[in-house]
Design a protein around this ligand. Structure first.
Ligand code: AHR
Length: 347
């Protein structure tokens, strides 16, 4: 199949996508009280404050690792924002993509007596006891980046991406692209998954798994590339050695996409003839959209530091904050990449 440049009709998807996942959507509210036991609509009654009176709120940030360009930008946004000039001190813990280590990281932050914890979870299982320990210690806890399915009374608020919606945006884009270009060839998809058990992987995978059978799309290969470029390349190389037909790559982040493209080039494949779907929106990836290598990127915003800081300040001041707030996310394709690159994150 030769990739064509028809993109008419996809503009409607942009509006749909922005309406579906942007604009600070919320699905519940927490009323943060002005004291340490302020009222809550969800049974959660802790709010961040300067408990030791040193003039700043000490925030312990339990970060996933440094696996991707997205992650680097995310960490930097915390390091830039959570400084004394903004009324904060940052204690940073890097889990190195290890879910068990991260639970110990949070316990260490509790032992250090930080005044609020921000948890960006590697994976979504086994968190209840740790969150309960933070609550018992009187330390408010915020979940960011990757949502957790835990009881509302274990955390103050979630801020970050709506991962399943991002997947739905990508799936809808492909559906519209196939229709606009009158593609009748079988759709054979190589699916590169992120870290298994992370909600970023689960949501993006779920959207594809839900849609593919009904649309007659075949998933000819599915394996984790752990959100890294090296693993994305390795996994793509091993698939290419099987010699199977494919015409779409659904890669759950930009770094794995870079690796997959390197593997395609090394194997002498015509990269532009393959429909490549990616997630995140790093500047280099947006440039690859402009260059015709990547077809679409479902956006995921990493610049969460100031937005989380804003929520903390509102809660500290006794304002009502949403239990769940999703980042504003759309998609980037040939219709808007030259605009999007002006504000893209990273390098
Ligand atoms: O949770 C966000 C995901 O984690 C990003 O898509 C990926 O690049 C990162 O590693």
């Amino acid at each position: 199949m030769k990739k064509s440049i028809i993109v008419a009709g996809l503009a409607g998807l942009m509006a749909l996508s922005m309406a579906g996942c942007g604009g600070g959507t919320s699905d519940g509210t927490t009323t943060a009280g002005s004291g340490s036991t302020g009222g809550s609509t969800s049974g959660y009654n802790l709010v961040p404050k300067d408990t030791n009176g040193d003039g700043v709120i000490t925030i312990g940030f339990a970060q996933v690792g440094a696996e991707s360009g997205w992650r680097t930008a995310n960490t930097q946004s915390y390091k830039d924002y959570f400084v004394a000039a903004n009324g904060f001190k940052l204690v940073f813990a890097d889990a190195n993509q290890d879910a068990d280590k991260q639970k110990q990281d949070v316990r260490d932050l509790i032992a250090q007596g930080v005044e609020v914890i921000d948890l960006a979870p590697v994976t979504d299982s086994g968190w209840e006891p740790v969150l309960q320990e933070a609550k018992d210690a009187g330390i408010p806890l915020i979940i960011s980046d990757r949502q957790l399915s835990v009881s509302d009374d274990l955390y103050l608020t979630y801020f970050g991406g709506n991962m399943e919606q991002e997947g739905k945006t990508a799936v809808q884009w492909l559906q519209d692209y196939i229709a606009a270009n009158k593609i009748t060839d079988p759709i054979n998809i190589v699916h590169l998954q992120g870290t298994i058990g992370s909600t970023a992987q689960k949501g993006r995978t779920q959207a594809l798994a839900d849609a593919a059978p009904g649309l007659g799309w075949n998933i000819v290969f599915e394996q984790t590339g752990e959100f890294t470029q090296a693993k994305g390349q390795e996994v793509m190389e091993s698939f290419l050695q099987q010699g199977k037909d494919f015409n779409v790559i659904y890669s759950e982040n930009d770094d794995m996409t870079y690796g997959a493209i390197d593997a395609l080039k090394a194997a002498g494949k015509d990269v532009e003839s393959i429909i490549i779907i990616s997630f995140d929106g790093n500047k280099s990836a947006v440039q690859m959209v402009i260059d015709g290598l990547i077809d679409v990127i479902a956006e995921c915003d990493p610049l969460l530091g100031p937005q989380v800081g804003d929520l903390i300040k509102k809660a500290e001041a006794g304002q009502t904050i949403a239990k769940v707030t999703y980042s504003v996310e759309g998609f980037i394709d040939s219709t808007n990449a030259t605009e999007k690159i002006k504000t893209a994150f990273g390098s």
